[in-house]
Write a protein that binds this ligand. Structure first.
Ligand SMILES: Cc1ncc(COP(=O)(O)O)c(C=O)c1O
Length: 424
């Protein structure tokens, strides 16, 4: 069956400028911050990186923030810092971006996919418990768990952390969607995501569609000084420059015992995952507007919530987590395509014709051919059910309440047109 292609603007929703599902918000201060770096001495890692890391750690309440070149690099570094490798396994929810699982594979460890809540894509404690049981049955040694704060709302970190600790596992939050969000703590208080109150590390992304943009960029936050030192070393070729850490005394020191000024040492393999000062300047400038960004995103989400009531139950917001004060990175809805009698692609194409961009977050990662080949029989019905119904609507700072009305109006027109067509 197809969705009729009668133009919705004919029914009162004027086709406006294209609304992508997400985009950055850049102001003059951001531009000035980048230009200042371009006119200065440091293009690569310099004072702006240090300033950004200090501001990020302070904002999120973490002991350390180690920036790097992308969220993917940050996830890879987190796996390396934990010493994950061949023979180890890590649990990752299937509804996430490829990078969460891929980081585990980059270090040669096995990914055990967990199922998710079918109504919001978040891994629940029961999903984690089932994944532990599957891993044990397969003889796998699980060493880490990666909760993903999908769309900017948090999983039940208290429940997940209790299970992970019981099994002796590290916890790495994939918080790439959730800067500015708060998660619930056991005592009922709320803690900022990235503060690592319940985890060993949290990973952030500063990709342009994220709430804070650097162009490309990421960070790992932690309260553990030894993890922080290791992360710093691994993002820069595994190199150390601190005299007290040198092993080769004959090369490192002059006859008087002073460290040679050129000297550095490498004891383990590392990468070039550094952030540049150009990117850090933009991220630092953006970080100063984080609270405003989050508030604007929340206000737009509230407007969507209110307007979408008219389209329920065929189109409705994803289920709200009880464990979270979200910072919406995505505005995802659940659509009953069967009831609508249309395919998702038809709806997306129809909306695109009306200058409305949408996206699917995400295809369950366990369904990707690479991972299917590793575990062909795995079935995760919650993740599949979420995937079958999800669609992310436009949400970005600078979008207006009128834009939200246009999006919901077009969705309503599509449903209405379909209903009208059925009558004929
Ligand atoms: C949940 C999640 N994890 C990790 C990443 C990787 O971040 P980056 O694109 O900065 O490498 C993304 C980016 O889209 C993401 O959405």
């Amino acid at each position: 069956m197809s969705v009729p292609d009668a133009p919705s603007h004919a029914q009162g929703h004027a086709r406006g400028p294209f609304l992508p599902y997400g985009r950055q918000s850049i102001d003059e201060a951001d531009i000035a911050a980048v230009v200042e770096v371009l006119k200065g001495d440091y293009l690569t890692t310099g004072p702006k990186v240090a300033a950004f890391e200090a501001a990020l750690a302070a904002k999120l309440g973490a002991g350390f923030a180690i920036s790097n070149s992308s969220g993917t690099a940050a996830l890879h570094l987190a796996c390396l810092a934990l010493g994950l490798g061949p023979g180890d396994a890590a649990i990752v929810p299937s509804i996430t971006f490829l990078a969460t699982a891929n980081a585990v594979r980059m270090v040669g460890a096995t990914v055990v996919f967990a199922d998710t809540d079918p109504d919001n894509g978040l891994m629940r404690p029961e999903d984690l418990e089932a994944a532990f049981a599957r891993a044990k049955a397969a003889g796998l040694k699980v060493r880490a768990v990666f909760p993903v704060h999908l769309a900017g709302q948090c999983a039940d970190l208290v429940g997940l952390a209790a299970l992970a600790r019981r099994e002796g596992c590290a916890i790495v939050e994939d918080a790439c969607h959730a800067i500015g969000a708060y998660h619930a703590c056991a005592d009922g208080s709320a803690a900022p995501v990235g503060g690592c109150r319940l985890s060993d590390m949290a990973v952030l992304s500063f990709h342009p569609v994220k709430t804070v943009a650097a162009g490309e960029g990421g960070a790992v936050t932690t309260n553990d000084p030894s993890l922080a030192r290791r992360l710093e070393r691994l993002r820069a070729h595994g190199m150390v420059r601190e005299a007290h850490a040198f092993e080769n005394a004959d090369m490192a020191f002059d006859p008087a015992g002073a460290a040679n000024p050129w000297y550095y040492e490498m004891r383990e393999i590392g990468w070039n995952y550094r952030l540049s000062d150009i990117h850090a300047a933009l991220a630092l400038s953006q970080l100063g507007r984080l609270d405003r960004f989050v508030e604007e995103r929340r206000a737009l989400a509230r407007r969507y919530d209110a307007l979408l009531e008219a389209l329920a139950p065929r189109i409705q917001p994803i289920r709200r987590s009880r464990f979270s004060m979200p910072a919406w990175h995505l505005y995802s809805v659940l659509i009953d395509f069967r009831a609508l009698g249309c395919e998702r692609a038809q709806l997306m194409n129809r909306l695109r014709a009306e200058h409305i961009g949408t996206q699917v977050h995400y295809i369950p990662v366990h369904r990707q051919p690479y991972y299917r080949a590793l575990d062909p029989a795995l079935e995760l019905p919650g993740a599949d059910r979420y995937y079958a119904r999800t669609l992310s609507l436009p949400l970005f700072v600078g979008m207006t309440q009128v834009d939200v009305r246009r999006v919901v109006g077009c969705l309503g027109d599509v449903i209405g047109a379909r209903t009208a067509a059925e009558v004929m």
